[in-house]
Design a protein around this ligand. Structure first.
Ligand code: KIV
Ligand code: ZN
Length: 507
């Protein structure tokens, strides 16, 4: 844990817990470990890795993250029950985050407990965590709709039981900055333990409310990458951090240059894409269109850029297409914390140039997609399955048909299949050929056009599952959707096969 000065605000990241509660999001173990490593590199102080009591799979993931040797502390969420806390302790986490509702509506209808029962459960369970020698963060859930006197009583009880951090959740996002700072002031009058805040975005005020809490003395903020989370989400980490750094002149452990690559990684793996006009990480956040703006930023960036794009791992969109050669691309990637090998760099440059030659402006999103596709590819000497060639036929009165020639374990095979479209046909043909090596099922397929136009770079992310239930994700980025799909599929199959042939290989 970094040494803290009085102007340091801790960032507690809950992308892997509240963020994963975003409707429609389900991350594999592999995805969660990849995100946790990136969050630690980004510099968050605490990673809430999940809710270990929710399933055996979730418990395994939290355990893996806890033993990954990350710099960030790893936290597991637990209701105020022994079994939940035991599940978190079993994962060897550094911090257990214990929560219990304190608002009248949630005490009655969510847990059916009286205020007295809530009070005594608070004491029992904070003490239980502390007896195991772990840090305990305590949350009176729905604090902002709780009766103030009772809330203070619960907070004092948690403090007396030796909670290390008291987190005030605005569970249904009903605060405004003025009421939030007043509430934090009131809680601070009642306790001396450090205060944290956890805001939801139901009225679009999670970031503003988090900052108001900091103004009133909170020293930790809960946040998620891209503002993911239940319903309308949580406070967006990138917005909170940049406002703390630039407007409040406060410090965090975050290396802001990694914000954009982290945002892209989370968007790709969760399938929840960021709106173009979102602050900091949206595609248009550093794009300038009107004449007066483009002239202004060219002469003096400060005219229309309150944040330097490179400080958050971005480039100004006007110049993004003019990436010059290997050195320029290498520097661009290094600046945002990505270090490809020489061979990977060569391939990234080749693909960027290929796009440039076709007259396409290469944006920072394109560059990142190409880079993560190249870096995520199975390297040549490890490939069990490789593509020789393929052809697809589609049309109005034609059944979409694909033929594929693959090398499987050194021997060539050919297969043809039909499908509802060319992508379906070609993926079926690949699966038909590889079914002799392993039964691999396509679980999920996602396609995103990164930049506009019919020549957009398309990023395909797939999840495949083998017979033993192992799920791996793979991706590819190309201008040709069929090619991107084929590459992603072959990558996924190779990853599965390699994992099965090397049983010791970590998930
Ligand atoms: O929103 C909320 O109240 C939560 C708690 C578990 C802290 O996520
Ligand atoms: Zn929440």
């Amino acid at each position: 844990m970094k040494a803290k000065s009085s102007d340091y605000i801790q960032i507690f990241d809950t992308t892997l817990r509240d963020g994963e509660q975003t409707p429609g999001v389900s991350l594999t173990m592999e995805d969660k470990i990849e995100i946790a490593r990136q969050l630690s590199k980004l510099g968050v102080d605490v990673i809430e890795a999940g809710s270990p009591m929710s399933s055996e799979g979730e418990k395994r993931v939290v355990k893996e993250i806890a033993k990954a040797g990350l710099e960030a502390e790893v936290c597991g969420l637990a209701r105020a029950t022994r079994s939940d806390i035991d599940a978190a302790i079993d994962c060897d986490v550094d911090v257990v985050h214990v929560f219990i509702p304190t608002s009248p509506v949630q005490m009655k209808y969510a847990v059916n407990m009286t205020p007295e029962q809530v009070l005594s459960a608070t004491v029992d369970h904070v003490e239980y965590v502390k007896r195991h020698g772990l840090k305990c963060e305590f949350s009176p859930m729905d604090a902002t709709r709780s009766e103030l006197g009772f809330l203070k009583q619960v907070c004092q009880a948690a403090e007396k039981a030796k909670a290390d951090m008291l987190n005030i959740p605005d569970t249904v996002g009903i605060m405004i900055p003025k009421t939030m700072s007043k509430l934090i002031e009131e809680v601070r009058k009642a306790v001396k333990v450090p205060i944290s805040v956890h805001c939801h975005d139901d009225f679009g005020m999670a970031v503003a409310n988090s900052l108001a809490a900091v103004e009133a003395g909170a020293t930790q903020v809960h946040a998620t990458i891209n503002g993911l989370g239940e319903r309308a989400g949580n406070a967006s980490l990138e917005e909170v951090v940049m406002a703390l750094h630039m407007i409040y002149k406060l410090k965090t452990g975050i290396n802001s240059r990694l914000l954009y690559s982290t945002s892209r990684m989370v968007a790709t793996l969760t399938g929840i894409f960021v709106q173009a006009n979102k602050a900091i990480v949206g595609e248009n956040a550093f794009a300038h269109e009107s004449g007066i703006h483009t002239r202004g930023v060219t002469v003096k960036p400060l005219t229309f850029e309150p944040i330097k794009p490179e400080s958050v791992g971005r480039t100004r969109k006007l110049v993004a297409g003019k990436l010059a050669g290997t050195r320029g691309i290498k520097a661009e990637l290094q600046e945002i914390g990505i270090h490809p090998t020489e061979d990977q760099l060569k391939e990234i440059v080749r693909r960027v140039k290929e796009l440039g030659d076709k007259g396409k402006m290469v944006t920072d999103a394109d560059l990142l997609a190409l880079t993560s596709a190249v870096m995520g590819e199975v390297i040549a000497e490890e490939k069990i399955v490789d593509l020789c060639d393929m052809a697809v036929v589609t049309g109005i009165k034609v059944i979409p048909t694909a033929s594929v020639r693959l090398v499987l374990d050194g021997k060539e095979y050919i297969a043809a299949e039909t499908g509802v479209g060319p992508v379906d046909a070609v993926l079926k043909a690949i699966q038909k050929l590889t079914s002799n090596l392993a039964k691999i099922r396509l679980n999920e397929y996602r396609l995103e056009a990164i930049t506009g136009g019919s020549n957009a770079v398309a990023e395909v992310v797939i999840k495949v599952e083998d017979e033993r239930g192992h799920i791996v994700s793979a991706r590819a980025a190309r201008e040709d959707i069929v090619m991107a799909s084929v590459e992603a599929m072959i990558n996924g199959i190779n990853k599965c096969l390699i994992k099965n042939r090397k049983p010791g290989k970590k998930e």
